[in-house]
Design a protein around this ligand. Structure first.
Ligand code: CA
Ligand code: CA
Length: 243
């Protein structure tokens, strides 16, 4: 009997030791998981409008009397768009699908014929994917000559990041805004060149209008620079840019 009781005591002690080890192991494993769950918010990796940002600005040629000069080859001014997507903990969201929706209104300068249009080299939307820093960038270009108002909305993984509106006074080598630089634009440019004056023909942003303006115009003309895709701006009374 003593022997059997001794075995029982031994087995019970062994089981308690085993249970203690298991509990210790469980605690060791569970604590980091619990800490992780407590530290990491439930919406980690989900785009958050409050911490994300949108920016649209002009890159390239800067003028004293215009916001930009554009050529369809992109060798002059560009409109640079940058969207940074973060979650509500301000951590960048990589691989987020960003969509930009545009509504562009245009008012060609009165220096040019009424047939001139304002044009942008995109459809009504752009899409892209964010990098490891949560950033996606685009470049767009305007054609025609005058004032354009760009209203745009950014969406990331279906989350609305908000809207913005920018207005630009600009000139372009595609003076009539038909989407290509060719002889028709030369015909529009010539009166400015002959007179030596005018806002629309001053491509190098230095008055007067002369030979130096056509030097910058010729590369686009020779290349028949054009927009592969483009949308005509909605006509609107936005006001004159010319001084
Ligand atoms: Ca043209
Ligand atoms: Ca000039």
């Amino acid at each position: 009997m003593q022997t059997v009781t001794g075995r029982c005591r031994y087995s019970l002690k062994s089981a308690l030791d085993s249970l203690k080890k298991s509990c210790t192991l469980l605690a060791v494993c569970a604590v980091p998981v619990m800490i992780t769950l407590l530290v990491q918010p439930a919406d980690a990796g989900v785009p958050c409008a409050a911490t994300s940002s949108r920016e649209m600005k002009i890159g390239g040629t800067v003028c004293a009397d215009a916001d930009a000069v554009f050529g369809w080859q992109g060798n002059k001014g560009t409109i640079d768009i940058r969207v940074t997507v973060r979650d509500c903990a301000s951590q960048p969201v990589e691989g987020s699908n960003v969509r930009l929706d545009f509504l562009v209104a245009g008012d060609p300068t009165d220096e040019l014929p009424p047939s001139v249009e304002i044009r942008i080299n995109i459809d009504s939307e752009l899409t892209g994917t964010t990098d490891a820093q949560g950033v996606a960038v685009w470049e767009v270009i305007l054609g025609g000559c005058g004032r354009a108002q760009i209203d745009w909305r950014a969406t990331a993984d279906g989350v609305d990041l908000g809207t913005d509106s920018q207005t630009y006074c600009f000139r372009s080598h595609d003076m009539n805004g038909d989407g290509i630089v060719n002889f028709q634009d030369v015909f529009l440019y010539l009166p400015f060149s002959f007179s030596g004056t005018g806002w629309a023909g001053n491509f190098n942003c230095v008055q007067p209008v002369n030979f130096f303006d056509i030097i910058g115009f010729l590369p686009d003309l020779n290349a028949a620079a054009h927009a592969d895709v483009s949308t005509v701006a909605v006509p609107a009374a936005l006001g004159e840019c010319a001084p």
